[in-house]
Design a protein around this ligand. Structure first.
Ligand code: HEM
Length: 252
């Protein structure tokens, strides 16, 4: 800066729209965005409740992008990219948690004064939140029942259900580096209320599903340069963690 004060541009060349909106307003779709907060009651705090919920939904999507990027990078053993994505996700999570402060001043009486206009609506029905849970590995097929009449949400969640989770890919990275991986917990028994799948839909991924077997197969390929006979779960003797076998238990 040469001491000259920077003056923001107040006229916008050819981009000036006849409705006098700014390039910024067009880029952010401001008029649509501000048309989305539609309180159903006269209770002032309902507006804060709607804005908070919409902010959290946007942050759920942003978090999904970062965690999905981290998962994809882990699958490619690209730990630097995975680490960058997880760091971005951590900042998004910090904002997500602190966005509860937007409701910190709301009293139970204020919430209850507009609660009836929510009807059956509950954050429990947030498919974006559920998709994050599935991505992390907390998968529950029963919850898809809620979205059977909403094909777009159902398909998105079903796709997430059948994709190895961020946790699965993290374990696979460790296995490919010769670390002993704990035995996988048995998949939850399918309960009688499991929703009927659309025709042709693949079954839920379990540790015996082709999807997981594919990444598990990569686990069984010991890292290149490993001595003959080495396997994914038997760390090569040169591996720093290939500590000498545990000392024998002292005679009782
Ligand atoms: C005063 C504000 C709020 C109250 C009193 C409240 C209350 C509840 C309750 C009682 C549940 C359990 C499920 C149910 O009974 O429906 C729930 C679940 C949930 N709420 Fe809220 N909620 C509030 C605000 C929000 C906001 C702003 C969001 C943002 C998206 C949100 C997201 C969720 C989610 C994702 C669940 C499911 C949690 C899970 O499955 O573990 N809630 N909430």
């Amino acid at each position: 800066m040469t001491g000259q004060t920077h003056r923001p541009n107040l006229r916008f060349g050819d981009e000036q729209a006849p409705d006098a909106t700014t390039p910024y307003a067009r880029y952010v779709r401001l008029s649509e965005l501000h048309s989305l907060q539609q309180p159903r009651s006269a209770e002032p705090s309902e507006y804060a409740f709607i804005v908070t919920t919409q902010v959290m939904e946007l942050l759920f999507d942003l978090l999904h992008r970062d965690w999905a990027a981290a998962r994809a990078a882990l699958r490619e053993d690209d730990l630097r990219t995975a680490g960058d994505a997880l760091r971005r996700g951590q900042h998004t999570q910090d904002v997500l948690v602190s966005s509860w402060d937007l409701l910190a001043a709301m009293t139970p009486a204020e919430f209850n004064s507009f609660r009836p206009v929510l009807g059956e609506a509950s954050g429990f029905q947030s498919s974006a939140f559920l998709r994050l849970e599935f991505l992390l590995g907390n998968k529950s097929e029963n919850l898809l029942t809620m979205y059977q009449d909403s094909p777009a949400e159902y398909d998105e969640l079903f796709a997430e259900l059948r994709t190895p989770s961020l946790y699965d890919e993290a374990l696979a990275v460790l296995a490919r580096r010769g670390l002993a991986i704990p035995a996988a917990p048995p998949p939850p028994a399918a309960s009688p209320t499991t929703p009927s799948r659309p025709p042709g839909a693949p079954s839920t991924p379990t540790r015996s599903s082709p999807t997981w077997r594919a990444s598990a197969r990569r686990c069984s390929t010991p890292p290149s340069g490993s001595p003959a006979g080495a396997s994914a779960t038997t760390p090569p003797s040169s591996a720093p963690w290939a500590a000498s076998p545990a000392p024998a238990a002292p005679a009782a």
